[in-house]
Design a protein around this ligand. Structure first.
Ligand SMILES: [Zn+2]
Ligand SMILES: [Zn+2]
Length: 333
């Protein structure tokens, strides 16, 4: 439990009560990402304390109290950590991933780094996957959703700016749809992972001219789709500058400061500029399809697996040296 910024401890909490219509899950493994580190450090503006972290979840059904779910006891599932109110404009339009009142597990509500969870059946995704793979489902869905927002097809050349966890999911999703992908980052390890995830071309943003290389790889037109997964003003602008005329720009990165634009590019190129947030149920199913097809470098993505007891000290070393770790799994078995 995060008791406050920089403070993490292992505490005893009450067992969750068996809400009617829900399922009782035994948590098996939880993935931690940069947003958990931000929450630990007090740098996530949405979090309140005390808070149990954990939103990348592999679990097993222990009891089923739902009339609407046939999930058998013993079934392994990935869990969607989002909620939706059912009443806001997004929910009414069938886009609950962008619910105005969403509460993500581990952020606005307690998360999964605990022994048992009670969850409604619509947030469970059964799959014949390993525990590590189940934990990777949620982080990959974010990039998959961005690719869905960009209406990516096998005809497209897609450039992905930033190959961290989210960008890597976008590379995998676009490649899985048959598109030609160009992965751009300034970290060789991330570019190597992007290549393993199906990325056709990689560009190192410091060693090469991104602009020249993009023109070279696209017959001088620029990419049909550019996905921004960094969140910096330069990359927000580069997406609009580099994309082809009549192309699509998808933003998943969260800019921490205002961004100034040549807005005439929006008009001149007649661009579709799209935001992308969280993921839809079909994105969860698409990621499970990718992982079941063994089309993702699972072992290479996970840099460290620790036991629950080790999490507080691991968080302190992670916080002292963030680039040291990519994806961390907590084994609760
Ligand atoms: Zn995450
Ligand atoms: Zn809503």
């Amino acid at each position: 439990m995060f008791q406050g910024p920089g403070q993490a401890g292992i505490l005893s909490v009450a067992e969750p009560s068996n809400a009617d219509g829900h399922l009782l899950l035994k948590v098996r493994m939880v993935g931690l990402c940069g947003s958990d580190l931000n929450s630990f450090r007090g740098q996530n503006p949405l979090i309140s304390y005390p808070r149990i972290p954990g939103h990348e979840i592999a679990a097993t059904v222990v009891e089923n109290f739902s009339k609407h779910s046939a999930l058998a006891i013993g079934t392994d599932v990935a869990v969607s950590p989002y909620t939706d109110c059912g009443k806001c404009a997004s929910c009414r339009r069938g886009r609950p991933n962008a619910c105005q009142f969403n509460e993500t597990m581990g952020v606005q509500r307690d998360g999964a780094l605990t022994e048992y969870l009670v969850v409604p059946p619509e947030r469970l995704y059964p799959a014949k996957l390993s525990l590590k793979e189940l934990c990777l489902v949620e982080p990959l869905t974010v990039g998959f959703h961005a690719v869905a927002r960009g209406r990516v097809t096998a005809e497209d050349i897609v450039a992905i700016l930033g190959c961290g966890g989210v960008g890597l999911g976008a590379v995998a999703a676009a490649s899985f749809r048959g598109a030609e992908t160009i992965s751009i980052d300034v970290d060789d390890d991330k570019l190597e992972l992007a290549r393993l995830a199906g990325g056709a071309h990689v560009i190192h943003g410091l060693r090469e001219s991104v602009h020249e290389r993009l023109l070279e790889l696209t017959d001088g037109h620029g990419p049909d789709v550019v996905i921004e997964a960094v969140g910096r003003p330069e990359t927000f602008r580069a997406a609009v500058e580099e994309v082809a005329f009549t192309g699509r720009v998808v933003y998943i990165g969260y800019a921490k400061q205002p961004v100034t634009y040549e807005t005439r590019r929006f008009v001149q190129k007649e661009l579709d500029v799209l935001g992308s947030r969280n993921a839809q149920p079909e994105d969860f199913r698409a990621v499970i399809g990718l992982l079941e097809a063994r089309r993702f470098p699972v072992e290479e993505t996970v840099s460290l697996t620790v036991a629950l007891e080790e999490v507080p000290s691991m968080l302190r070393s992670w916080s002292d040296n963030p680039p040291q770790f990519k994806k961390i799994m907590v084994d609760l078995d």
